[in-house]
Design a binder for this molecule. Structure first.
Ligand code: FAD
Length: 383
């Protein structure tokens, strides 16, 4: 297993870190408080080649690897979790789905702009009545000659409704088996397709600069060729891409833990109380040591899962473990960092309050902590 980053990965880490310190961190709180999508920053991350790290250059990618992508995501999340989730959803839930299961035409038309970072896309699975139980979705797509006609609605969809959003991949029921069980397919719906509309932005607690909207489909017609892969195979397709996305979310968790540690350590070394710096008190030292331990363990779990993906080995269990551990550890680290900052930590225009608000969603999106525990327990043989 590769734990040490190679020269190329170290160079990428340095480039993304410096970019974030210069371009992302100084404006992150502002975008967060305004709830505004930082399109200019996302475009500039495209220039760094980060959105295309998982994809070959023939589709606009930068011929990187999974570990490089995870390292870059960690750096982005360390500066701004909203920016990191934008890139993450684009590459994993959307890009990987098309790259692995799409046609050549779909790859050149839809994957290429995603990989170049000139366009973003959404993956729409969750519905008002179906979240963790994703097989219970009721959005339908009915074949009518050369078209799919989509009806239904989707909730909480990331990367939707922005000037950069080019399309959404919609998970829809396209048929049922003899027992009435839904057969799901993933279908590409370009922006501005008649019958597809984007609802008002949610007012979120965290990831506030990441755009999230409900989506509606009413007799929305797209070409039959917009289906990804074989009809009825959508569930297994997105379960696979969701596993990859969970490893990527784990990298976001590591980035957030590291950000909490960086801030808390620096504050503890200069803030004085009772004639000493906070960092001289053992209670504070223990808190910082816990954060360092969490960052280290989270990074190992994330890299391990990333290594398995890179080698084409089974990784579902390791993805769930990495996501579960890092998201819950990020929540704890954010609480510790805020506590070390005292009253200052509670001020919403400071980064620590943002970390605290951004940490919680990691235990919910792309499979809740309970869902991760269900996956791990199933791998243990509990059925
Ligand atoms: C900011 C944000 C961005 C999102 N982006 C996207 C996106 O881009 N695309 C998309 O499709 N979805 C997206 N989602 C939706 C997200 O994936 C779901 O919210 C998540 O999967 C949980 O589903 P739910 O909210 O319906 O909760 P529910 O499934 O209703 O669960 C509620 C609670 O019950 C628990 N629970 C459910 N079943 C069990 C069980 N069997 N055993 C024990 N506990 C259980 C859950 O863990 C949870 O704690 C986003 C959500 C948010 C908040």
């Amino acid at each position: 297993m590769q734990i040490q980053l190679n020269e190329q990965q170290l160079m990428l880490q340095k480039t993304v870190r410096e970019f974030c310190e210069r371009e992302v961190l100084p404006v992150a709180s502002d975008y967060d408080l305004k709830g505004e999508f930082p399109a200019d920053i996302i475009r500039r991350i495209g220039d760094l080649g980060v959105p295309g790290l998982l994809f070959p250059s023939e589709y606009g990618g930068s011929d990187g690897d999974m570990l490089s992508f995870l390292v870059a995501l960690e750096e982005l999340a360390r500066a701004d979790a909203s920016v990191a989730i934008t890139v993450e959803v684009n590459a994993t839930l959307c890009g990987e789905l098309i790259h692995r299961f799409g046609t050549e035409e779909q790859k050149s038309r839809w994957l290429t702009p995603l990989a170049k970072g000139t366009m973003i896309a959404s993956f729409a699975l969750t519905e008002p009545e179906a979240g963790s139980d994703s097989a219970a979705i009721t959005t339908t797509a009915v074949r009518d000659n050369d078209e799919w006609v989509i009806n239904g609605s989707k909730s909480f969809i990331t990367n939707s409704g922005t000037e950069m959003t080019g399309f959404v991949i919609v998970a829809a029921v396209t048929s049922r088996d003899e027992a009435g069980k839904a057969k799901i397919s993933n279908i590409i719906v370009p922006k501005d397709t008649p019958g597809y509309s984007v609802g008002p932005s949610y007012n979120k607690m965290g990831w506030r600069a990441s755009p999230t909207h409900p989506l509606y489909f009413q007799d929305c017609r797209v070409p039959a060729t917009n289906i990804i892969g074989t009809e009825g195979k959508g569930l297994s397709q997105f379960l696979w891409s969701l596993d990859i996305a969970r490893v990527a979310i784990a990298a976001l968790g590591v980035g957030l833990i590291q950000a909490c540690l960086d801030r808390a350590l620096s504050y503890a070394q200069q803030r004085r109380a009772f004639g000493k710096t906070l960092s001289q008190f053992q209670a504070i030292q223990f808190s910082l040591a816990d954060m360092e331990t969490a960052a280290h363990m989270g990074r190992l779990a994330t890299y391990h899962a990333g290594n398995l993906i890179q080698q084409g080995l089974p990784f579902s269990r390791e993805a769930a473990i990495a996501k579960l551990f890092t998201s819950e550890a990020a929540l704890k680290a954010a609480d510790q960092a805020l506590q070390i900052h005292g009253g200052m930590g509670f001020m919403d225009d400071g980064p620590v309050a943002r970390y605290y608000r951004d940490a919680k969603i990691l235990t919910i999106a792309e499979g809740t902590s309970e869902v991760q525990r269900m996956i791990i327990a199933r791998e243990l043989g509990c059925v």
